[in-house]
Design a protein around this ligand. Structure first.
Ligand code: GLC
Length: 749
């Protein structure tokens, strides 16, 4: 092995007989490791990471007997003569590394397991070819290691001993714990160790498998069918540090419009204008706060994107204007599949400009989605994204406030897209096999940037399919769940891992999409939904309707109580998005993120925190009226009764149907709004600070909640110090926006 390193540079190039490994230090806690493919001089372009993330960092290389050792202030990395790489913390404590030859080899192109072969063979690849192009690593795990992240996956919080695939998949069957892939691919994992933590982001868009200690608890493997072995190793004291680094690379969620954190009502589909108006009337009648109604595919003419069905929505602009006066916004669905129909302008123009994917022979590639025969815009190209972005004018000029991107795995009803369908990576021809997992990512980018150009508001885009980094453009939901208790249970670890993987703005379909909901399940789902960031009730055609007032007075009363609670807590949620922008931390957090050194939190699947002050332990079992709640060390207050409880153990909480056990940390300041039916200008009239006994400091953020003026300093940041004896001091750290008309302080005794 020969290595090249120039003093002062942040790159070390290590040449082996058959390959080159490049170590690129991004900052003192993050190092990129790239195994260059034959003939490659530099790493491939990343879809996830935009802009140059490298910070000037002092590094040192030391020659050792068996290879070299790279040092930053926070990491040590060894590369051995045989190509093995080891990762150590700043003190030189071993974190993980490739297994040695004797144990199991761990470098590129190793032999595939039978399962990997089956996985690759399934989509019709030649196993021999695939094996030649495949990349994999096998790295050590310690007995006490826990694994989190991986984006949107089924099953439990701690992914150790499970296996998952990264291949964006639209499988309409109920998502079982053994589903290896859902709609999103986020090839990022975090390992929490007894001491410290590390993260790995394998930036490769091709289909991959994470085997997290399933066949042998001493190691995990990452295997991709193609692309490069190109990963970022990051380390820190805790999961929070790793999340900070990962979102520093792949991006964070820009401040959302405040109303998007309100309640959303959806159904596949509200079929006509009358139904939509009636829905808004019912919200008023039943006193359900609501900010948004979603229009699913039936608002379109024959499912042609960017059109309106004029028979059922004769005057969309009038309808949207009227609803707007009642405080209700409209979000419309936009799918990628463009109906193959001559005379339909989106199709004609896309064909003329060669904006759609083609088969190997240059013919339009046609599959089937909602409109029947349909073609796929080639979103990997800037020109196509800009064109697509401009199409949204047709919706925005009617008054639409946000866009819901669906079916962008991409879904196809007529068999999967063949691997060799031609999609471009910018101006370089590529193929479906490589571009599949970033199709939804680039569609979201097209939509976000399109909306950004069309008006001044912060774009509101929801997407189903994602790759790492999509969080910069879109909010996500977990796709087609079912009205099943198992799916309510799964929602918690699923949203917590999504949050720890950058997707802090996420939700499940409240009540469940497929199957028929019961009143009890719906009520319990609202008790989880009102604490998840995207709070939307959505259900499938043909299932029992699930608007809040259809289940009797008692259910309505409880659902209303939780939607109102959400509206009261909106300033807290908004503050947490401000915090996310600064730190990358999610809003909804598993307890392990806040209390990682407490082993009782490592596998806690049925409770979570909102920020670091509110602990939510919902009932997710049918018939249950008591809940076993774990309260970590410290003092807590029951949100409902204000009873003081010492943590550090389990308690049995009363949880009749109208109670979702909720606890507030001692010293907390909870910012609240008076209850209102929707977000409007009056949001700045009054702020309530609910102050809990104990000492603490809290930051509250305020801006207009709509546009990007905050980037020019038009915001207020308040520092609130709770002295613990009922005395609260509030200082304005930054003043750039109008102040609240009134601030009411409620001291909890
Ligand atoms: C997909 C979406 C679902 C939507 C339906 C019809 O199944 O996941 O949310 O309602 O398509 O557009």
């Amino acid at each position: 092995m020969i290595y090249h390193f120039e003093e002062g540079s942040q790159e070390c190039r290590i040449e082996f007989r058959d390959r080159t490994i490049l170590l690129t230090v991004i900052n003192e806690a993050v190092c990129r490791v790239t195994a260059l493919n034959r003939g490659e001089q530099k790493p491939q372009r990343s879809a996830a990471i935009e802009g140059d993330k490298q910070k000037q960092t002092a590094i040192r290389i030391q020659k050792e007997e068996t290879g070299i050792r790279l040092f930053t202030d926070k990491i040590q990395i060894t590369v051995e003569e045989d190509g093995r790489i080891g990762f150590f913390d700043r003190e030189g404590r071993f974190l993980t590394g490739y297994l040695s030859e004797g144990e199991e080899s761990g470098s590129c192109g190793e032999e595939l397991t039978e399962q990997q072969k089956a996985f690759i063979g399934r989509e019709g690849h030649e196993t021999a070819d695939a094996a030649e192009n495949a990349v994999s690593v096998k790295m050590t795990l310690d007995e006490a290691d826990c694994i989190y992240g991986l984006g949107d996956k089924t099953g439990v919080l701690n992914k150790r001993e499970y296996e998952y695939e990264m291949w964006n998949t639209d499988n309409p069957a109920p998502h079982e714990d053994n589903f290896k892939a859902l709609y999103k691919s986020v090839p990022f994992m975090m390992v929490l160790k007894e001491q410290g933590a590390y993260g790995l982001f394998f930036d490769n868009t091709e289909k991959s498998v994470f085997n997290l200690g399933k066949e042998n608890t001493k190691y995990f493997t990452y295997h991709a069918v193609g692309g490069s072995l190109d990963y970022y190793f990051m380390t820190g004291d805790d999961l929070a540090d790793i999340i900070g680094e990962y979102t520093g690379l792949t991006g964070r969620i820009p401040m959302p419009m405040l109303w998007t954190l309100g309640y959303h009502q959806s159904r596949w589909s509200y079929m006509n204008e009358g139904e939509v108006r009636e829905l808004a009337e019912n919200m008023k009648k039943y006193e359900i706060p609501c900010d948004c109604i979603h229009l699913d595919i039936d608002y379109m003419e024959q499912y042609k994107v960017f059109t309106w069905n004029r028979d059922s929505f004769s005057e969309p602009e009038r309808m949207i204007e009227d609803l707007g006066r009642q405080g209700m916004k409209i979000v419309t669905i936009v799918d990628p599949g463009v109906k193959k129909e001559e005379g339909y302008s989106v199709f004609d123009e896309g064909v003329e400009k060669k904006y759609f994917a083609t088969d190997g022979q240059g013919n339009l590639y046609v599959n089937e989605v909602w409109p029947g025969d349909a073609v796929y815009p080639d979103f990997g190209r800037t020109e196509v994204r800009e064109w697509w972005g401009r199409q949204h004018k047709a919706l925005l000029e009617k008054g639409v406030s946000g866009i819901w991107n669906d079916m962008n795995e991409p879904a196809s009803f007529n068999g999967p897209l063949p691997d060799d369908v031609v999609f471009y990576d910018e101006e370089t021809p590529s193929c479906h096999k490589t571009m599949h997992n970033v199709y939804g990512h680039y569609m979201s980018k097209a939509t976000y940037e399109g909306l950004q150009k069309l008006d001044d508001r912060r774009p509101f885009v929801i997407t189903r399919a994602c790759y790492s980094g999509t969080q910069k453009y879109a909010v996500v939901w977990t796709g087609d769940n079912n009205s099943l208790w198992t799916h309510l249970r799964m929602a918690i670890p699923q949203l917590c891992n999504l949050g720890m993987s950058g997707f802090a703005f996420a939700g499940t379909d409240v009540g469940g999409f497929g199957s028929d909901v019961t009143s009890e399940l719906l009520v319990r789902w609202y008790q989880v939904g009102c604490f998840s960031t995207l709070f939307r009730n959505h259900s499938a055609m043909g299932t029992r309707r699930q608007e809040p007032w259809l289940f009797g007075d008692e259910s309505l009363r409880i659902i209303r109580k939780y939607i109102r609670l959400r509206y009261e807590l909106l300033p807290y949620f908004y503050d947490l998005f401000y915090e996310h922008q600064k730190t990358g931390l999610p809003v909804m957090r598993p307890l392990v993120l806040e209390y990682s050194r407490d082993k009782n939190t490592h596998n806690l699947n049925d409770e979570f925190m909102v920020g670091s002050n509110l602990l939510v332990s919902p009932v997710v079992e049918q018939g249950q009226v008591k809940k076993l709640v774990y309260l970590p060390e410290g003092t807590w207050y029951d949100y409902w009764t204000k009873e003081r409880i010492e943590g550090g153990g389990w308690i049995v909480a009363d949880a009749p149907l109208d109670i979702c056990p909720l606890y507030v940390k001692a010293g907390a300041v909870l910012p609240k709004y008076p209850v209102r039916s929707h977000i409007d200008e009056s949001k700045d009239e009054k702020l309530i600070l609910e102050v809990y006994p104990g000492e603490g400091t809290y930051y509250h953020y305020q801006d207009n909640g709509t546009d990007f003026a905050y980037e020019k300093g038009e915001y207020n940041l308040y520092r609130i110090v709770n002295s613990g004896n009922g005395d609260v001091k509030m200082e304005t750290e930054h003043q750039g926006y109008r102040e609240y008309g009134e601030i009411e302080i409620i001291s909890v005794k």
